[in-house]
Every structure is written in C-alpha cells, then in structure tokens.
Design a binder for this molecule. Sequence first.
Ligand code: F6R
Length: 610
Amino acid sequence: MCGIFGYVGKKDPIKICIGGLKQLEYRGYDSAGIAGLYEGQIKSCKEAGKIASLEKKILSEGLKLDFAIGHTRWATHGKPTDQNAHPHFDEKSSLALVHNGIIENFSQLRDQLKSKNVRFTSETDTEVIAQLIGQFYRGDLLDAVQKTLPLLQGSFAIAIIHSNHPGQIVAAARESPLSIGYDDQHTESIVSSDPNAFLPSTSNVMFLRGDEIAQVEAGKISIFNSTLKPIEKKIEKLESNYQAPSKEGFEHFLIKEIYEQSSTIQKALLGRLNDESACIEFENFHFSDEYLKSIRNIWLLGCGTSSHAGWIGTMFFEDLSRVNASVEIASEARYRNPLLASDTLVIAISQSGETADTIAAMREAKRRGCSILGICNVVNSTLSREADSTIFLKAGPEMSVCSTKAFSSQVAVLALFALHIARLKGLSDGEMRKYFAHFRKISGSIQQVLEKSSLLQTIAKKYAKYNDFFFMGRRYMVPTCLEAALKLKEISYVNANGYPAGELKHGPIALICPNFPVVAFCSNDQTLDKIVSNLMEVKARGAPILAFAPEGLHSIIEIADDIFWLPESIDPFAPFASIVAGQLFAYYIAKDRGCDIDQPRNLAKSVTVE
Ligand code: F6R
C-alpha cells in the first residue's frame, strides 16, 4: 500500500506535497514523511502517525525545501515507528527515496549489503533500494536506478531525489501504480501513486509500468525503458472535476457516505434505464450484443466488500440472465489454473481500481484470452485503464476506509448488467419495465432505513457491549450478512462471523450461548420460513437475537429480542435496504465503543500490495 507523492515547480513544495499526501492517506496512515533539497543538502522530516502530526512537526522544525517527495505509509516490513517511516536514505544521506510496494528478496539483498559493511537504520524492505542506488551511484542517478531495478524482486513504485541533482525527481515503477503529470504551461510536474491527487492545473498524465524510469523536472518529463532507451509515452488528458472532500456537517465520512446512498444509487442508474426501448444502456461500452449473447460463463473477481458484491452478482446472473456465474476472491484466483474459455467473461470489481490482487487476477485472465469487464468507482484507475470496458459506479469519492456506498452501487451496476444480458437473450418489454420499477424503488427504500437510523442507534447501544457476533442469512442475504459482519469487524474491532443460516447445524451452533448475539438478515422471501426455523433453534439456546426483517413477518415478533423492520422488496433487490441497516448498526456500535471510524487501525483504503 502506501502513497508516494512528489512536486517540482514554483509553488511551495511542502504545502503541495502535504496536500497531495492527504489525498493519498487512504492508502495508509501508519507514518508520514517528506524530504527535499535545500541549500544543496537533503533535508527531511518524518514520523509515526498521520499526516496531520507530520504537518505540525514540519512547522515546528521550520523545514524549508526547494522541491519535495513525500510518503504516507501502511506498514509491511517493520513496525510503524519514526525510524521505519519513509523517506529512506543511502548511507551518506545524499539521496532520499519513497516507495510503495514490497521487495520480496529484501532480506538477501540486505545481507549482501551488510557483508559490504553497509549500515542500515530501519527494518524496512525499502531501505535496501536506497542503499543499492547509493552503492551504484557514480554521478548519474538514472544509471544507478537502472542498475538497481533488476536486482529487486517484487513490486514497487519509487521516487528518488539526490543532493547532486537539484530540481529533479527520478521515479520508477514495476507493478505498483505511478502516475506522472505536468501542467499545460510546462511549469510544474507531479509524481503520485494516484492521479486523483494531482493539482487541478496538472492535466497531462502518463502512467509508468514494467520497470520504466522517469526523469522529472519542472514541466519536463523524460521516460526511459528498463535499458535506459528513451521512450515516448502516451499522454492522457486528465479530466478533473475535483472537489475537496467534505463531511458536509456529518461527524464522520462514513456516516456521510452511508447517508449518500439514496442518491448514489440514483447516480448508478442515471441514464442507464431507457424507458422507451425497455433496454439498459451503458456509456462508452465496448462489448457487442453478439458477444454478450455468446457468453456461457461469468467469473467475478474482487476482494473484501467488492467480492461480496460479486457474490450477489452471481445470483443476478443465474436468476435474471440465466448464465452460469461464480465469484472468486482475487488473491486466490490469481494463483489458480482455471479453465477459462473465450466464452467466459471476467468481471473485475473494485471501488479503487488499484487493488493489487484484483488487478493481477484480471491480467492473468486476460493473458488466458478472456474479455474483461471492469466495475469500478475511480476513473483513471489501473483497472479501468486495463479492462476491455468499464462500467463506472459514479458514486463520487469514497473517503472512509470502510466501503459503504461503493458496495450498494456495485450491486446496482451488477443488477443492471445482468438485466442487460437478460434483455439481449429475449426478456420481454413488460418484464424489463417491471424491473425498471423495482430499480426506481431502491433509493426510496434506502431512505426509509435512513429515516429510522435513531432506532438503530438505540439498538446498537444495547449490543455494543458484546465482543462476538454471529451474522446469518440465506440466498441474497448470505453475502449481505457477510458484508454487514465485515463492517462491524473493521470499524468496531468486534469479532463477527457471517454464515449461511443453513450451515448453523453443521458446526457453528456449538458457539451459540446467551452472550453470543445472533444478527439475522431475513429479507429473502423464498427462504423466509427456513430462517425463522433457524432462529427458533438459536432462541432455544438462549442467544440474544436481532432480526433485520421484512415488514409483515409476524412470526419473528415472538422470536427476536430486537427487530428492525425493512421495506418489502423482491429478493434480488433486498440487499440494498438490508445492507444500509447493517452499515448503520456497525457505525453506531463503533461510535459507542469510541473507535477511529474513518481510519480504522491497520487498514488502508487501497490495497496495492498482495
Ligand atoms: C471493506 C473494504 C475492503 C475493500 C477491499 C477491496 O470495507 O473497504 O474490503 O472492499 O479492500 O477494495 P477495492 O474495492 O478498492 O478493490
């Protein structure tokens, strides 16, 4: 993970770098640091903790720099200490380096360097890169970097400065994302893990890959391949309608984003339901109707929340489009040897579009000849650039590390795409229009849940004392309850297991006891009686029961200790209101327990290492 950022130009480099790092803080917030040149010498400031505390330290130390590189860290190798914070230096402190990625052979490299009496000051894998470049340096920084890269195994995006090379950042990348941009007037340049952290003026962007090396000066960028042969990179125009993220009066980004869902769902549907033709339309969509009709299998890839959305997607494809579909967690998929034929469509799902495992699994599927559909929130992300076609969520920036609005939009887009295929396979005008009406009810049903959030706050207060929870559901409610359990785990640090309710008797029922609350997601018409029976079994063993139940399920009243009523819905669309209720429940428990809700411990928004 980690975010790297660098600035060369006329503006205050510290201010720009800190601003950029704040945009990248979603990539990790264990420590932060900055380095640059001032009066011919490398100067730096770094410490454990978030960027806000680095900012204070910089002020108190009166740091001045002519240009700068910076880093926000998600710790992989070595604890989140001041010592391990980036930038890292060579022995002579003549160069400073920031890194995103993992150097898998760092320990061998470090031993080799130590045998040459090189002294290390951190436990990081990154420091070996800085030390190696320092060892190779003979006056030509590009040459030293080029000699170092082949020795590294793993993934990296790096930015380096050297005291002998004022006004110059050298950057390189293998699998980790790195974008480099400059303004139209050629006065300034930026290096960043994510182009969305560029200044509004930085509208020309290029992306480094495959050991490419860049020499970055103010408004001037030269790119070289891994043998230092100059290459022309495609320059893309960055469309920026960037607005500084704001909590808009909410206490946390998370609760703001939970509340946004009644409108983000509408944005996911906007312009995509064509009432006249009863067809679904996607903008800039590159798959032909013939191809989509020929698909026999769909393989959905994602991690965490995105994999839960993918799981719901498999049911849409089976129920609505009548196409075989399976979901796989991308970190497993990338190492499988799947039988993928050209009639298999791979759908890569990712909010950020930068998740290393999802991208690796997608690339592997592409290598095996499959077409890739991306479902993504972030425009210009690696996933959206590499997929054959991408349907965007249009949910706006998700600032909270814990994903909420992206999930509901992913599910909505998957439902749209499943129906698009169904239509191509002959679903009638009338049936399509019925679904259109159901789509249009989603926002209202989310709104109904949001309007009762104070009830969930009261319920959450009662349950906040428990340290273990069992979440269960059936059919569409299985991935929904897994997702709700994940929310609780990540923001409240509470153990929450999600299970298909039918599995209860096959082991987990042994856990059920009076201080182990069961949270049941019941909104699946087809299996209502079944989950009610499962809850009877739980009740007989004395566990407190919280039921998220569809209005009208009277039989639950005698069984559950607490009930949160959900608006009625057809089974495939029940996840929307249910998950919003689950998100609110997790939020209020986390709040009651005093957790760091927007930036939970140990997490990062974008998981760019495997
Ligand atoms: C959970 C969460 C993670 C992400 C996962 C994939 O709230 O945010 O589980 O869903 O890291 O991230 P993306 O969707 O960016 O690929």
